[in-house]
Design a protein around this ligand. Structure first.
Ligand SMILES: Nc1nc2c(ncn2[C@@H]2O[C@H](COP(=O)(O)OP(=O)(O)OP(=O)(O)O)[C@@H](O)[C@H]2O)c(=O)[nH]1
Ligand SMILES: [Mg+2]
Length: 385
């Protein structure tokens, strides 16, 4: 069932972005769309009512946080395709809280096999001991099937909790979770912890970090951003996926929440205004840019990078005197990004051709060992790939 259908049935309203300003196929990719089976998966797991479906709806479907109060409990695995940019293509699987791994219908090889990241949501406002037990069992099971999974713990619903209590809660959960895993002989597993709430930007920030780990080109993107900021007098730059407002890369300077929030708000302003005053096609196109001067001599500057991505920078007003240099550097940056896309597309096409060749070779290989076709070369290649 698509989100649109669900939305109509439940009659809730989705704010901020117009409905048609959604994800779609990236035009360069139409001939090489990754099939949903091969897209990396992000699994959302955790106890019932911990907030999994709310996170998915708020981050990827623009549901306003208050509307999540009316979400019904999930009864079966809900798979959601995210095609937001050429770099970021994945599926999110939202699990029902009561799912039981001992159930013979739970095909753990299939579920954890193609999984890139497992997000385990723990309700910080609830007693979390039961959640930790479930977390331990989940990690043990998932790691056995696929040791490459990234394990991400969202200590969720931290709105209305004081900063001290948040830190104490994170420390306690971190300690207990790592102790549980070392008791199970799994010290080598790396866990990442995030304090999150759907009522502020923390959930977008945390999801940005989860998604970034699934982007193989991340170091290249970060490098390009570093080069851009050092040569343009920019303080901070984010490469945003415009629809979800998750940032897929930033430069190497530390991220502070306030700057991230400012940049998110800027995207909202730009998209909302241009959706009102321009046509559907031009709401976000290659002419899209915006400049906002703040009252503390700081400038926010947004430029379109491609159909799905925008660069949002924070810089001092004095440094903006050389706007020509900044704009020129930006064009070089945009060109470099498109080259990364092209390279990736070429590699994909090559991979597909190689796979086809291998299949052909395999079919034509001499038959030995009483009917079993043996072709060591192609087997080696497929392991390397
Ligand atoms: N205060 C607060 N409440 C939240 C937050 N996230 C989700 N909730 C609330 O938690 C309740 C449960 O949310 P769901 O998203 O349905 O939980 P779930 O994990 O999908 O539950 P199941 O589908 O039953 O497994 C809803 O009433 C949400 O409004 C949050 O960040 N803060
Ligand atoms: Mg749910």
């Amino acid at each position: 069932m698509s989100y649109q259908d669900e939305e109509e049935q439940m009659g809730y309203h989705v704010d901020s972005f117009p409905k048609d300003f959604g994800y779609g196929a990236f035009e360069h990719e139409s001939d090489s769309q990754t099939s949903s089976e091969t897209k990396p998966r992000i699994l959302l797991m955790g106890l019932r009512r911990s907030g999994k479906s709310s996170i998915q709806k708020v981050v990827f479907h623009k549901m306003s946080p208050n509307e999540t109060l009316f979400l019904e409990s999930t009864s079966k695995i809900v798979k959601d395709d995210i095609n937001n940019s050429s770099f970021v293509q994945f599926q999110i699987w939202d699990f029902p809280g009561q799912i039981d791994f001992i159930d013979p219908n739970f095909d753990s090889d299939m579920i954890f096999g193609g999984c890139g990241a497992l997000v385990f949501v723990i309700d910080a406002k609830d007693d979390y001991n039961e959640a930790l037990t479930k977390f331990k069992n989940t990690v043990i099971k998932a790691y056995k099937v696929n040791p490459r999974i990234k394990f991400e713990v969202f200590i969720h619903k931290v709105d209305g909790i004081s900063d001290d209590s948040k830190i104490e809660c994170q420390r306690d959960i971190h300690q207990k979770a790592t102790d549980d895993l070392s008791d199970a002989g799994l010290n080598q597993i790396h866990l990442s912890f995030h304090l999150t709430s759907i009522y502020d930007h923390s959930i977008f920030e945390a999801f940005s970090k989860v998604v970034q780990k699934l982007i193989p080109q991340l170091p290249t993107l970060e490098n390009l951003l570093n080069i851009l900021i050092t040569n343009s007098g920019i303080e901070k730059a984010f490469l945003f996926d415009v629809v979800s407002k998750i940032y897929i890369a930033t430069d190497c300077t530390p991220v502070d929440m306030q700057s991230y929030e400012l940049c998110c708000d800027m995207i909202d302003v730009v998209i909302d205004l241009s959706s009102i005053y321009s046509s559907e096609e031009t709401a976000f196109d290659n002419q899209s840019s915006s400049l906002i001067k703040l009252n503390n001599s700081t400038i926010l500057y947004l430029r379109e990078v491609n159909k799905f991505l925008a660069l949002v920078c924070i810089l001092r007003e004095d440094n903006f005197n050389h706007q020509g240099v900044i704009d020129y550097n930006f064009l070089c940056f945009r060109e470099a990004i498109s080259q990364v896309f092209e390279l990736r597309l070429k590699n994909r096409k090559l991979e597909t051709l190689e796979e086809q060749d291998e299949e052909e070779e395999y079919k034509n290989a001499p038959i030995t060992n009483g009917g079993t076709s043996v072709n060591t070369e192609s087997t080696d290649n497929s392991i390397l790939a």
